[in-house]
Design a protein. Structure first.
Length: 287
């Protein structure tokens, strides 16, 4: 399995653990400081999986009925800046740090709740549909059809498949999807845990195509999605998420090592739904 790097980053885009993540974020904060980072703060990685939380000022409905259809909003009407580059964390599963799930048959899928291949274990948790819309920053933020999104996140217990103890032989909560005519890639999954030191989040990489994604191709963008505090509190009050409720109370978006420099203003998803029928998260990003 070959090592890969994101050409938009001065260093390999995948990680050497928490220490490397902290250094990466500090570099980003220094850069933002040169361009008025304090003003951005006014507007508003991953360590080993255990738990994170409160402090987000974003609001979202926790009672609206959930829908699994992709957003039809045009990308250019909802985003006017490129999403920040972020660490992929130490559990990417893309061949840059151990396991490579991207060259496995079955990785191109919309429903990522279960493992595929030799295991069919299903990750339990509150249902979540993610609609990630990709916009072209070089073309007036027009929707990008046919690019590929690789998306992954931890399970209800804060564990990452392929890496964490007890789930090394699982590959659930990982998948690749091409974007549709509206630039949207849709994934059906479960709400991730909050683990120690991190705000609840979802990782993703954007590739030029599914062929690039599944053949160690060039990564266009590596970043993370932040989830709103109000929804996190509701989900973490349900059975199975007890540790996440505790972890959420110990951090915030503005103190998070990844989102803290700008409060996640370009990465905070809009989420609607309820804990019984599930939630839908929508985010448009510029690349």
């Amino acid at each position: 399995m070959s090592e890969r790097r994101n050409p938009t980053q001065p260093h390999p885009n995948h990680d050497r653990g928490l220490e490397f993540d902290v250094a990466t974020v500090l570099d980003r904060r220094r850069a933002l400081g040169l361009f008025g980072g304090a003003g951005l703060l006014a507007l508003a990685g991953c360590a080993d999986a255990t738990t994170g939380s409160s402090g987000s000022t974003a609001s979202s409905s926790s009672t609206a009925s959930a829908s699994t259809t992709a957003s039809t909003t045009t990308a250019s009407s909802t985003v006017t800046t490129e999403v920040p580059d972020e660490t992929g964390g130490p559990y990417p599963g893309d061949g840059s740090n151990g396991a490579n799930v991207l060259d496995d048959a079955g990785i191109i899928r919309s429903d990522i709740t279960s493992s595929f291949g030799t295991s069919t274990t299903k990750a339990e948790g509150v249902p979540l549909t993610i609609n990630l819309t990709v916009a072209d920053s070089t073309n007036g933020y027009a929707a990008m059809e046919g690019v590929a999104v690789y998306l992954w996140h931890c399970d209800r217990d804060g564990n990452y498949s392929l890496y964490s103890q007890g789930v090394e032989n699982e590959n659930y909560l990982r998948g690749v999807q091409p974007t549709n005519a509206n630039g949207t890639a849709t994934f059906r999954t479960i709400f991730p845990a909050a683990y120690s030191g991190r705000w609840p989040h979802i990782h993703f990489e954007v590739y030029k195509s599914t062929a690039e994604a599944t053949s160690s191709g060039q990564i266009v963008k590596t970043s993370q999605i932040a989830l709103p505090e109000a929804v996190c509190k509701t989900v973490y009050a349900t059975s199975g998420y007890e540790q996440s409720a505790s972890n959420l109370s110990q951090t915030s978006l503005t103190s998070d090592m990844v989102f803290g420099d700008d409060g996640g203003i370009h990465q905070l998803a809009t989420v609607a739904g309820d804990a019984n029928s599930g939630y839908v998260a929508n985010l448009t990003i510029g690349v």
